[in-house]
Design a protein around this ligand. Structure first.
Ligand SMILES: Cc1ncc(COP(=O)(O)O)c(C=O)c1O
Length: 387
């Protein structure tokens, strides 16, 4: 049985910071046992056991989809209330051709990971941040959204059910992808009459084909990722297809990814296609301030907090592109990407190289962050949840 009583107890304990009353916890227990029994109804191969690993070539994981056994689904109709979420085998989703997400892009996604500790346990990281960001996005896109509590519970269930797909420590992580979509049919442009919250998971290794090697970024000054007043600050699915052209062009020229500038003046740095950016100069670490066009990355926030704890000055501010020429070190942050050092940046006809050798700041911060995520460093901040 996947969901044991002690497992349930530890789930409840780990939810304490976000539950305000006994009745919420009781409701949670009732809800979880419903979902757990739904899971038990799903047929599983005889060989399944909680401690087993799936048959995966753990040494050659990239960032491709290798679907884990179970996905989670929860729906809500016009009353805006999500309920009766359940796990089922990973598979296709049944959608009306007139679903709002297909016609008008009313959809959000999140990305988080399950990490194995050295002794095989599973840790999740700052799920409340992802849940809150989905809520902000849902508000921006006029969507109903699961509560923070439901979001966290659903991710935990998905991770636990797919535990055997979580790579051994040091080989990768289980990437978990929550999706919120306007699944109800609509013809005229309006919010969908029904929403579906889905979560699936896949074991992954390094995001970039460069592996852990430094990235070569290209500063894009023709295409933009986001505009003022747009939806760049939330994880709308509509933010991603429009960057593909710039990414494809940069990759065809041998770059790893694209660094975008603000669309109003083409003067200040924004972010990379799927990660935030940091510049290091002496003891000061700077990153573009989030003012609606840049995603408020969970990794970005965590790195800022770790850097402050370790005596760095951190500035969230407007960063003119010219400062790239002057930085000692540059790095990118994201759940998928981790903390990736940048080796070169090309802007117009200039190419700058950065320190990636002796003791880069990014390496130091990355080791601390990974240490917390994988249980090697004591989590004094309450960022991790064990499941
Ligand atoms: C555009 C963009 N910026 C930054 C990030 C990093 O965010 P996080 O650290 O929460 O993964 C992502 C993550 O997917 C992203 O899509």
């Amino acid at each position: 049985m996947i969901q044991t009583n002690s497992g349930l107890r530890s789930l409840v304990q780990s939810l304490r910071p976000i539950t305000s009353s006994f009745s919420e916890i009781a409701a949670y227990c009732c809800y979880t046992s419903q979902a757990a029994s739904a899971l038990q109804q799903v047929s599983r191969p005889n060989s399944y056991s909680e401690d087993e690993y799936a048959k995966v070539d753990w040494d050659n994981l990239g960032f491709g989809i290798t679907p884990a056994d179970y996905m989670y689904t929860m729906k809500c109709s016009s009353d805006g209330k999500f309920e009766q979420g359940q796990l089922a085998p990973y598979g296709n989703v049944d959608l009306s051709p007139s679903a709002a997400v297909l016609n008008y892009g009313q959809g959000l996604y999140e990305g988080t990971k399950a990490y194995r500790t050295e002794d095989g346990r599973l840790l999740l990281f700052r799920l409340d941040q992802n849940a809150t960001r989905m809520k902000m996005g849902a508000d921006r896109l006029c969507m109903a959204c699961p509560s923070i509590y439901q979001f966290i519970d659903a991710v935990k269930q998905t991770a636990l059910a797919n535990k055997r797909w979580t790579p051994p420590r040091g080989k990768g992580t289980l990437y978990i992808r929550p999706l919120l979509i306007g699944s109800g049919p609509i013809l005229g442009l309006a919010p969908a009459p029904e929403y579906t919250f889905l979560i699936y998971a896949s074991p992954v290794g390094n995001y970039f084909k460069e592996g852990l090697k430094p990235l070569n970024l290209y500063v894009e000054d023709e295409f933009h990722r986001a505009t003022r007043g747009g939806a760049g600050g939330v994880k709308s699915i509509t933010n991603y297809a429009p960057v593909l052209k710039a990414m494809a062009r940069a990759k065809s020229r041998g770059f790893s990814d694209v660094l975008y500038l603000d669309s109003a003046n083409k003067r200040n740095l924004e972010e990379v296609s799927s990660c935030n950016i940091f510049l290091v100069k002496g003891n000061t670490i700077s990153t573009p301030a989030t003012s609606g066009t840049i995603l408020q990355g969970v990794t970005r926030r965590s790195i800022i907090e770790i850097a402050l704890d370790h005596g760095y000055q951190v500035k969230e501010r407007a960063i003119p592109v010219d400062e790239l020429m002057d930085a000692d070190e540059v790095f990118c942050t994201g759940t998928a990407v981790g903390v990736a050092p940048v080796g070169t940046i090309t802007y117009q006809d200039r190419r700058v190289e950065y320190n990636v050798g002796e003791e880069p700041v990014s390496q130091k911060l990355y080791s601390i962050l990974e240490g917390i995520k994988t249980g090697v460093i004591e989590d004094k901040k309450g960022w991790t949840i064990e499941i």
